[in-house]
Design a protein around this ligand. Structure first.
Ligand code: SF4
Length: 343
């Protein structure tokens, strides 16, 4: 991997694109461009960057500007908090660092609006500090280079890649980081990587296995909706109540224990029974959490001895429930419980 790093640095030094913020290694220039590039393509950023630098040529100009002027120059880039944070950070640099951009990674990272990637980019490009800068482009290149299937949307994967890159970081850390980013931006493209032009093709395991277009792996974790259910485990003599799920789309046409989609306390349950024209006696409680693909049910079941059969339900023996009725997994723990307590 160290050889890969050397090749990459050499390739970057010979092939880097001329960009307005690459004319020098002024941290103010690198900082502004990196924040702008977080949300916009390079071609559009060029104009924004030039206008911004004309109005605010240095940290002091930005720190002392009117906020509305900063926001105006940001217009069209969106995420206005980033512009506000730029100005806040400029004011901190003025007050705490005498107007001189901090040189240490940790100091840079502590400024508003600067995350690990931007801090790593500034520290390595401007101060040659041993820091990595891992963004989506870098992750893509690394996962392809190593033919790794891990999910890049997991923070632990990004952390591991950062640690592995730290191990091979050459003295030219800035050029190495920029080389990786540049390769991701112009050669190792997301859908159509230009492998024939790639300076590190002979080391690339995805190229060898022809898996490059399926990498990196990105699996989004869905935020599942949680619902609370109160489940009525009604029994009368040797029979229990079941209801049929013919109205719902989830678990449609299966059998269940009667339930409502809300949390109910004992008092509410007794009133509910009254509305069904029965009296009941709560004798036990059981909980179950069931995870579906898109939602989670937090279910609380109440064992209730009733003095009559509620006619809207189907009353069956436990044996029949087990053998003749399809009761989905979400309700199975309640059936097991009933079998246990009525032994
Ligand atoms: S060979 Fe292709 S897939 Fe591998 S790093 Fe180069 S451009 Fe990316």
């Amino acid at each position: 991997m160290k050889e890969v790093a050397q090749k990459l640095v050499k390739w970057y030094q010979q092939n880097k694109r001329e960009l307005p913020w690459r004319k020098d290694k002024n941290p103010y220039h690198v900082w502004i461009s990196e924040i702008m590039l977080q949300q916009t393509r390079i071609e559009s950023v060029k104009n924004y960057y030039t206008r911004f630098m004309t109005s605010f040529p240095n940290i002091n100009a930005l720190a002392t500007a009117k906020e509305e002027q900063v926001l105006k120059l940001w217009e069209g880039l969106g995420y206005y908090n980033r512009a506000r944070n730029l100005q806040k950070a400029a004011q901190i640099i003025e007050e705490q660092y005498g107007g001189k951009f901090p040189t240490q990674y940790e100091e840079i990272l502590s400024l508003p609006g600067i995350g690990e990637y931007t801090a790593g980019a500034i520290a390595s490009i401007c101060f040659n500090e041993k820091a990595v800068a891992v963004d989506g482009n870098v992750l893509r290149v690394y996962m392809r280079l190593t033919n790794c299937q891990d999910n890049v949307l997991e923070p632990k994967v990004k952390k591991r890649v950062s640690l592995e890159l730290m191990k091979i970081l050459p003295d030219d850390s800035g050029d190495f980081n920029e080389g990786l980013m540049e390769l991701g931006e112009i050669i190792c493209l997301p859908t159509t990587p230009l492998c024939e032009q790639c300076p590190i093709q002979r080391y690339c395991k995805a190229y060898q296995q022809q898996t490059q277009t399926s990498l990196p792996t990105r699996i989004k974790k869905e935020n599942k909706k949680e619902e609370n259910l109160t489940v009525f485990l009604l029994y009368y003599q040797q029979k229990i109540a079941l209801s049929y799920r013919d109205q719902q789309t989830l678990l449609k046409n299966l059998w269940q224990f009667p339930n409502v989609e809300k949390t109910m306390d004992q008092e509410a349950i007794l009133s509910w029974l009254k509305m069904q024209n029965v009296e009941g006696n709560i004798q036990g409680k059981i909980q179950n959490r069931h995870v579906f693909t898109h939602k989670i049910w937090n279910m609380t079941g109440y064992l209730i001895a009733v003095d009559n059969m509620i006619p809207t339900y189907t009353w069956v023996s436990l044996e029949e429930a087990r053998e003749k009725y399809t009761i989905p997994t979400a309700f199975q723990p309640f059936l097991n419980y009933l079998e246990e307590v009525t032994k």
